[in-house]
Design a binder for this molecule. Structure first.
Ligand code: ZN
Length: 263
């Protein structure tokens, strides 16, 4: 077997980050009762990662219906006979799923126990998958490293509520998001909060990681709370920076999202 870089071991799970397509990430999660995959942008790199470790795939958890998150599902199902789960609300837009999941649905046991969290906004049925005992959440195109997904199907207040749910998880939670957009997210974030020292430091770290060819994910929720402008929309200092002192949190979020869409 070729040698492989071990994943992140946290709370009884091993998490392996797999770059796919031009800037997507899929994740393998190995627990005591098997291996699951969060999103399947394309099959090839996922099969390579499984084979290099001698693992077989038991379950695919889909976050949302966009092609760059489901394009590899059928090939992986054909090869491994794995079970495919995804948002019930997007069933008609997904490859065939064996089980539809909604907010609060749970699966697995011990460190592999996952809870689906509805995070509508980017798409209306988008789910995040939280592994509470292992302290990790797979957020795809909802909360991202230093950013958040574009609001395609929902509304800014809906996306703000979704991000607020994720922000309430324990701060040490690992945030495993779906794209390598962090460098451009950092450049944008610095236009909003140029004086945020934690952000300035993180942007330097992100540049160094990318220069070395390393992924900038996962991050921690604590890092996102300190540096991600979209999570900081409710803070008085953010409102003051944007001269929106009396605005509602969701309106501040909407303004930051509008600026990012035009960045
Ligand atoms: Zn998407």
């Amino acid at each position: 077997m070729p040698s492989v870089t071990p994943g992140i071991i946290q709370g009884g799970l091993e998490i392996v980050t797999i770059p796919c397509l031009s800037d997507n990430y899929a994740y393998l999660v190995k627990g005591p009762d098997g291996v699951c995959l969060i999103d399947a942008p394309e099959a090839g790199p996922i099969i390579d990662a499984l084979e290099a470790r001698g693992w077989t795939l038991g379950t695919i958890l889909i976050t949302h219906h966009h092609h760059d998150h489901v394009g590899g599902v059928e090939e992986l199902r054909g090869r491994y006979g794995c079970e495919v789960m995804g948002p019930e609300a997007e069933r008609d837009k997904l490859p065939p799923i064996d089980m539809g999941l909604s907010d609060g649905d749970t699966g697995g046991e011990g460190p592999a126990r996952t809870v689906a969290i509805a995070v509508p906004g980017h798409t209306l049925g988008h789910l995040a998958y939280h592994f509470p005992e292992a302290g990790a959440v797979f957020t795809a195109d909802s909360l991202m490293a230093l950013g958040c997904g574009r609001v395609f199907e929902g509304t800014p207040p809906m996306m703000w509520e979704s991000l607020s749910k994720l922000a309430a998880l324990p701060p040490e939670t690992l945030v495993c998001s779906g794209h390598e957009y962090t460098q451009s997210n950092a450049r944008f974030a610095l236009t909003i909060e140029p004086d945020n020292a934690a952000l300035v430091a993180r942007a330097t770290e992100v540049d160094a990681a990318r220069a070395a060819g390393r992924p900038t994910v996962p991050s921690t929720l604590a890092e996102e709370l300190a540096t991600n402008p979209f999570l900081r929309a409710g803070l008085p200092e953010m409102k003051a920076t944007l001269d929106m002192q009396s605005a509602a949190d969701a309106d501040v979020f909407a303004e930051i999202r509008r600026r990012k869409d035009n960045f």
